[in-house]
Design a protein around this ligand. Structure first.
Ligand SMILES: *Cc1c(COP(=O)(O)O)cnc(C)c1O
Length: 379
């Protein structure tokens, strides 16, 4: 039986792995000849790191990207052998485990470079490194004033066989195409400085989803795609997934836990911020802010029950919220879809983001641990 048609559980995030594969294949075709690193940090943006990583590799990604070394090691523990890059490190990290497991490491300071070279010496194998140049985001990365010293030291360590500089990279602020091009120019200055020092990386990478889609010259050798893998638009300007040829992979759903008919004027949920404007029917949805439903979407978010849209009535609570279903025929146990692929007539994660004054990234990454993830394969 197609699991799509199995009665939905109480709460569930369904992850369509075909959508992941199709999104990566579409993005890979779009950015070719650049290759794709699928970014699966933060448990693949809440979608489940190992199954998403496998699907992304099947879809044509050559690399995986994560923030923390522990996330990279979890992929290795799951049997995933593809190249993986981790770029955000504990100040006391020793890097031995990462090097032993052939995890590539982003380098944001000369101190990190030295610590990684020391760990490589202990491990008896060279560390695969990607020097991260701060080109203007002012978040992480080697400061421009230290680029020359860093590439000179990297060249010396490479000559000693302790490290291999596999990559040079930076990250865009996505402020405007003009700002992005300024960062690209700064980055290419850094690449030239590295070459003068004798450091020639296999891959130069700068763009994440937004840059890869909007500023093609930032694609270089490799693009690091996160949100696009999950079928969500990176822009927050009303561009839809369908506009980009993408399909949202996550559907968040549950079952109506209670139904009641109320009189006009009945207050609903904490603080009575909403009162029934007429006699109506209320349905209880068993997901709340502990499950990542933003309290800021109180009174604004929408769900679909039985093919019809209904709005949150009153405040989102920790475990539940109420929707006003009017005269719709809604029963306890009915499926309620909070978001999914808007092509199916349901709200998108971006609709919830708009309702809460945030971005789709925050909606999917914050779905809580109480919501089981179900990974769908092609039937
Ligand atoms: C999260 C992240 C990405 C992916 O960004 P998206 O906008 O989700 O594509 C790429 N590179 C770095 C350094 C990141 O931290």
């Amino acid at each position: 039986m197609n699991p799509r048609h199995v009665r939905s559980p109480f709460r569930e995030a369904v992850i369509d792995l075909d959508a992941i594969r199709a999104n990566v294949a579409h993005l890979a075709a779009t950015v070719a000849p650049a290759s794709v690193m699928a970014v699966v940090k933060a448990d693949a943006y809440g979608h489940g790191a190992a199954p998403v990583a496998r699907a992304a590799l099947e879809g044509g990604a050559d690399w995986l990207g994560v923030a923390d070394i522990d996330e990279a090691l979890a992929l290795r523990d799951a049997g995933i052998e593809a190249p993986v890059l981790a770029w955000l490190h504990d100040p006391d990290a020793r890097y031995d485990g990462a090097i032993a497991q052939r995890v590539d490491l982003g380098v944001s300071s000369i101190a990190q470079l030295e610590a990684m070279a020391d760990a490589a010496a202990r491990a008896g194998r060279p560390a695969n490194l990607h020097l991260k140049l701060d080109t203007g985001l002012s978040r992480n990365g080697i400061l421009r004033t230290e680029w020359d010293a860093a590439v000179a030291r990297a060249a010396a360590l490479e000559a000693e066989g302790r490290i291999r500089v596999r990559g040079l990279f930076s990250h865009l602020a996505n402020t405007s195409p003009v700002d992005d091009r300024d960062q690209l120019a700064a980055f290419l200055d850094g690449v030239a400085a590295a070459e003068r020092a004798g450091v020639v990386p296999d891959v130069r990478h700068l763009a994440a989803s937004a840059g890869a889609l909007r500023v093609p010259e930032t694609r270089l050798d490799l693009v690091r795609i996160g949100i696009g893998v999950y079928g969500l638009p990176p822009f927050g300007d009303g561009t839809t997934a369908a506009d980009l040829g993408l399909r949202p992979a996550m559907t968040l759903r549950g079952r109506v836990a209670a139904v009641r008919h109320v009189e006009s004027g009945t207050g609903v949920s904490y603080g009575y911020t909403w009162r029934a404007p007429r006699p109506t029917t209320l349905a209880l949805v068993p997901l709340g802010y502990a499950d990542g439903i933003p309290r800021h979407a109180s009174g604004r978010g929408e769900v679909v029950i039985g093919g019809r849209r209904h709005r949150v009535a009153g405040r989102v609570a920790m475990d539940q919220f109420v929707v006003d279903v009017g005269d719709a025929d809604v029963a306890v146990g009915d499926e309620v879809v909070l978001f999914g692929d808007p092509a199916d007539g349901v709200p998108s994660a971006d609709d919830w983001a708009d309702a809460a004054g945030t971005i789709g990234y925050e909606i999917v990454t914050r779905i809580g641990p109480r919501v089981p993830r179900t990974h769908l394969e092609a039937p």
